[in-house]
Design a protein around this ligand. Structure first.
Ligand SMILES: NC(=O)c1ccc[n+]([C@@H]2O[C@H](COP(=O)([O-])OP(=O)(O)OC[C@H]3O[C@@H](n4cnc5c(N)ncnc54)[C@H](O)[C@@H]3O)[C@@H](O)[C@H]2O)c1
Length: 363
């Protein structure tokens, strides 16, 4: 009963923004790399928004962000939460659960960066909280809207491809405590939780589910060359999918500064081979079929090709504003993030037991 009543209140608040033709007021907690990305992306989306408060414990960061974006620097997270209808939580990961809880208590729409939290249990609690309160919620698993991944899934689902049999997913980048990252918190387990699997490859496991399907069991190993306590920098995993396909994931944080975030994904279907390479968003995606033909799609052609396939537009931030303004569910949401957390959690548990196979229980 209580949650239903809260849901009704929430809808009233969202309805007010939409019905009164008011601009959605957006606030930011955290004003670093990804906050700046979202701010620019909001501008590119053309969404008609009111830029409300921003707060960062590093005041200078907040000032630079405000200067560039038109948000107003505020002295506390509470002031930001009071200033807005929807908030982006873009602080380092350890802060997400507490700040989301405060935002949900005020019935704000929430965009939370991935990972939701340092561990599965907390992520599950956060997902329950937003579901019970009925607030619009979205998570930064942005590859869900990538033209390259949408097209690859279309190619896999195509009858011509035949059954999906295997996938090889490689993801590598220089360890992100240097270069354009401009911060070192990813080397601190209290702030980041752990290393390349949770911090980076949560995107990859989300895409493995998206492309191939649910995972039945997992075996994984991790290692730590850099020596930051609890921050693994190489991880490998073998996944057995519920549909019988097998997959491997290799996730590596090295020191080759010439290699920022790079992925290469190969999917093997009975009659089709698909490769996502180059750019995570614009491809190219290459494929070859059993009749000997090969094809490639990239850039605008990819964008045009997937236009009818996605739920809503290409820009994740424009979608968040659209859903928060209308008070309708956004995607990907916290529940999607929990499924990705579940796979990462299984990988860590397996690695802790020297690669023992772990059954993945669905929530
Ligand atoms: N979706 C993606 O592809 C993607 C990419 C990069 C980062 N991220 C995620 O976004 C989050 C932030 O990463 P980033 O690269 O922007 O880091 P960053 O270091 O550039 O920015 C984080 C900011 O949060 C601030 N901060 C910390 N605690 C705070 C608090 N209590 N209140 C207000 N501000 C606080 C820090 O001062 C810092 O400026 C992380 O969870 C990260 O995993 C997601």
């Amino acid at each position: 009963m209580e949650s239903l009543a809260r849901h009704a209140d929430t809808r009233q608040r969202s309805d007010t923004v939409a019905a009164m033709g008011e601009q959605l007021r957006i606030g930011f907690l955290g004003a670093g790399l990804i906050a700046t990305y979202h701010s620019k992306s909001l501008r590119r989306s053309g969404a008609d928004i009111c830029r409300a408060g921003v707060y960062d414990t590093d005041v200078q960061r907040a000032e630079v962000f405000a200067e560039a974006s038109g948000h107003s620097v505020m002295q506390s997270e509470d002031e930001v939460l009071e200033s807005c209808d929807a908030v982006y939580v873009c602080t380092w990961t350890s802060e997400h659960p507490r700040q989301i809880e405060k935002a949900v208590a005020r019935r704000l729409a929430v965009f939370c960066e991935k990972p939701l939290a340092l561990d599965l249990e907390t992520a599950q609690r956060m997902a329950r909280m937003v579901a019970e309160s009925g607030v619009v919620n979205q998570v930064g698993l942005v590859l869900r809207r990538s033209p390259a991944y949408l097209w690859a899934r279309h190619l896999i689902d195509d009858d011509v491809a035949g059954m999906v049999m295997g996938v090889v997913f490689r993801d590598d980048q220089f360890i992100p405590i240097q270069g354009h990252y401009g911060s070192t918190w990813r080397g601190d387990r209290d702030l980041a939780g752990s290393g390349t699997l949770l911090e980076h490859s949560i995107h990859d496991v989300d895409m493995l589910r998206f492309l191939v399907g649910e995972v039945a069991d997992i075996s994984a190993h991790t290692t730590n060359f850099h020596g930051h306590d609890g921050i693994e920098d190489v991880a490998t995993a073998t996944l057995r999918f519920a549909n019988g396909a097998l997959g491997t994931l290799a996730s590596i944080w090295h020191d080759n500064l010439g290699r920022p975030s790079l992925r290469r994904v190969e999917v093997f279907c009975a009659h089709r081979h698909i490769v996502i390479t180059g750019d995570d968003w614009y491809g190219p995606v290459r494929w070859s079929d059993t009749d000997g033909t090969s094809h490639s799609l990239a850039g605008q052609e990819l964008v045009d090709g997937v236009a009818s396939m996605r739920d809503g537009g290409e820009n994740p931030d424009g979608e968040f504003v659209r859903c928060a303004t209308a008070g309708i569910p956004a995607t990907p949401d916290f529940a999607d993030a929990v499924e990705a957390h579940r796979l990462i959690d299984a990988m860590y548990r397996s690695a802790a037991e020297n690669g023992r196979s772990i059954r993945v229980a669905r929530g």
